[in-house]
Design a protein around this ligand. Structure first.
Ligand SMILES: [Zn+2]
Ligand SMILES: [Zn+2]
Length: 297
């Protein structure tokens, strides 16, 4: 049975979405979807909760993650990993690497701010974070608290966000390493929203895809909210030429991206067959919900 529609690119509060993982599952049900994958940025912290609720509601569920990969500006390379084993050593390595990369960035941000005449210290930021992983939201809170800005949003616009005067690029994982980690955790690597690679022409796009195929790429996200009908067609052909899976998702973020509705990508729905193919390709533990419950690091 492959009727119905799914959404294979969804964010929750485990990263930068505004719906809790279980709420996403309920919304998927209410939206009439047959299933979905949770693909939070650089974390699988929400998949157990989402998967449990999906199961209760009779929805198909797929474990996912979206990893930010090193790539020359102005492009962005995000790699989706589907069916990763959340208890795997590879994913543990990934989260350690990410915490370290944030820890290297925070002092650089504070230093920049001080150069701009903003008198804050790393100690204040750490105190604000308490037991949480220290990150830019905590810097923003300190800036608000000390009256340098009126809101966290203003802190990001003026200082901390991309284009802000104290912006520091976070170190990204090299593609080879990201794909090796997905493979080692038993997942399928899928190139997210290729339009965001911002390649100059088709030849360059093909070269990037070819390089990724050599590193073990398994699929391309052909349907996405940023993809026009022409692009969907172009990426579909590209995937077929390389013998890759075709996937699709809305990149839902809740009210953080209000124009995007769960299950709808630029007016297009995502056929369930795309999810079935991923499940078939995986055919291993980690896709099911039960086996991924013993996550809690
Ligand atoms: Zn992305
Ligand atoms: Zn995304």
């Amino acid at each position: 049975m492959s009727d119905g529609f799914v959404d294979l690119h969804v964010h929750s509060t485990a990263s930068d979405g505004t719906f809790a993982p279980a709420e996403v599952a309920r919304l998927a049900k209410a939206s009439g979807l047959a299933g979905f994958a949770l693909t939070d940025h650089d974390t699988v912290a929400g998949v157990a909760e989402a998967g449990e609720e999906a199961k209760r509601l009779g929805l198909e569920f797929l474990v996912g993650i979206e990893i930010s990969v090193e790539y020359p500006r102005p492009g962005t390379l995000h790699m989706l990993g589907y069916g990763v084993d959340t208890a795997s050593e590879a994913l543990r390595e990934l989260s350690v690497w990410q915490v370290e990369s944030r820890n290297r960035r925070n002092p650089r941000i504070v230093q920049r701010l001080r150069e701009l005449g903003v008198a804050i210290t790393m100690e204040e930021v750490e105190a604000m974070a308490g037991s949480e992983v220290v990150g830019r939201p905590h810097v923003a809170e300190v800036l608000v608290r000390k009256g340098y800005v009126g809101s966290a949003k203003q802190a990001f616009d003026k200082y901390l966000g991309q284009g802000g005067s104290a912006y520091e690029n976070r170190q990204r994982l090299p593609a080879r390493r990201a794909m090796e980690l997905i493979a080692r955790s038993g997942g399928v690597a899928v190139l997210a929203h290729p339009v965001q690679l911002a390649t100059e022409n088709d030849a360059q796009l093909e070269r990037v895809v070819k390089d990724l195929v050599d590193l073990g790429l398994g699929g391309i996200e052909v349907i996405h909210s940023d993809h026009s009908a022409e692009l969907v067609e172009k990426y579909t052909k590209l995937a077929e030429r390389f013998g890759l899976l075709k996937t699709g998702g809305s990149d839902f973020h809740g009210v953080n991206k209000k124009e995007i509705q769960l299950g709808v990508a630029n007016g297009r729905r995502i056929p369930r067959g795309m999810m079935d193919e991923l499940l078939k390709r995986g055919g291993r533990r980690g896709f099911g919900v039960e086996e991924t419950m013993n996550d809690e690091r």
